[in-house]
Design a protein around this ligand. Sequence first.
Ligand SMILES: NC(=O)c1ccc[n+]([C@@H]2O[C@H](COP(=O)([O-])OP(=O)(O)OC[C@H]3O[C@@H](n4cnc5c(N)ncnc54)[C@H](O)[C@@H]3O)[C@@H](O)[C@H]2O)c1
Ligand SMILES: [Zn+2]
Length: 356
Amino acid sequence: MEWITLKTFSTESKIYVGDDALASRLPVLTAGQKNFVVTDENVYALYSDFFKEYFQGAEICVIQAGEEYKNFQSLYRILEKMTGAGLHRTSKLFAVGGGVIGDIGGLAAALYMRGISCVQIPTTLLSQVDSSVGGKTAVDVSGVKNVVGAFYQPCEVLVAPTFLKTLPNRELKCGVGEIVKYAALSGKIFDLLEKGIGRLNDLEFLTSLIVACIEHKARVVERDEKEANERRSLNVGHTTGHALELARGWSHGESVLFGMLLETEAAIAAGVCEEAYGNRLVRIVREALRMTPITEADFSSVENDLKAAKSDKKNTGDGKIQMAVAKDKNEWTMWALPFAEYCDAIRNAAKKIVRE
Ligand SMILES: NC(=O)c1ccc[n+]([C@@H]2O[C@H](COP(=O)([O-])OP(=O)(O)OC[C@H]3O[C@@H](n4cnc5c(N)ncnc54)[C@H](O)[C@@H]3O)[C@@H](O)[C@H]2O)c1
Ligand SMILES: [Zn+2]
């Protein structure tokens, strides 16, 4: 088991990575107070023995699986159950599941009695490399993602890669999208991934990537917890990615990978990203994607597909589209373009990708 410490202004969290993290930390963490577990129906069904072993006597709240349940109704249900279970200030909430459970469970912990301890136990690759670390919690409202939430750091995060054995391939790809994002920001992760790109189904290799990604995120969050500066870098590929996710209904991971591919090509063409490095990054993204190539027709209505980028949270109100893009190894920048120029840049990038 390895561990990483994340210190912010007011808190210190420990993030343990390794399958033994569960057996070594859970008996300690669950002893001596009332415990409350939030999970989803899939995780609960797959891991009933795990819940029996570690959460005897705890109140377990199972919510329906999927982003459409990351809403106020589910949050209200969780808070009602917490109240009904008579939790105190000293009680602990354990969020066991993917990013949806981590986000909504973390928010419930932040709200109940103005904040009780929260332990994150992420079970998807995306939540292990990204969402369980850093304290962003949220629900969606009226279809707007993560619009209501709080920054609330968990006291501990237990990352057990063994959970990934039951994860469907599509969900694995979502996590790979975030790992490639980290590779665009960290030379160390870039080298690891470039060398091992054929081993993305190998749990040992994934574990080394998980540790490296968490280390990177922890350092970024320590320097900029509230996303005023450097934390914005963690949105590489996400401006175009989110727009495509909404317009095309692709998975988040696939959308982010496509977003990175398009934004990196556009940044190379504009001289924002160093060419030799950018081409290596593009190769990694393409390898990670390994999916149906995009066609010219896919981008015939690019303005329409990209219009969601106009309401991206990173935009500053001057009408420009803001993108976090890789500049060179270990270097990134915010790149802003008026919407029409942004569409042209992405369209030209798509044409180049289709030609190759
Ligand atoms: N807080 C943050 O910093 C942050 C960062 C990135 C994403 N997010 C959020 O994370 C969410 C996406 O997370 P996600 O991709 O984990 O989605 P998810 O929580 O919906 O999980 C995906 C699916 O996998 C299932 N699942 C979970 N663990 C499993 C396992 N071990 N085996 C088999 N199936 C399993 C779930 O039931 C679900 O059907 C989004 O809501 C996004 O906004 C938050
Ligand atoms: Zn993402």
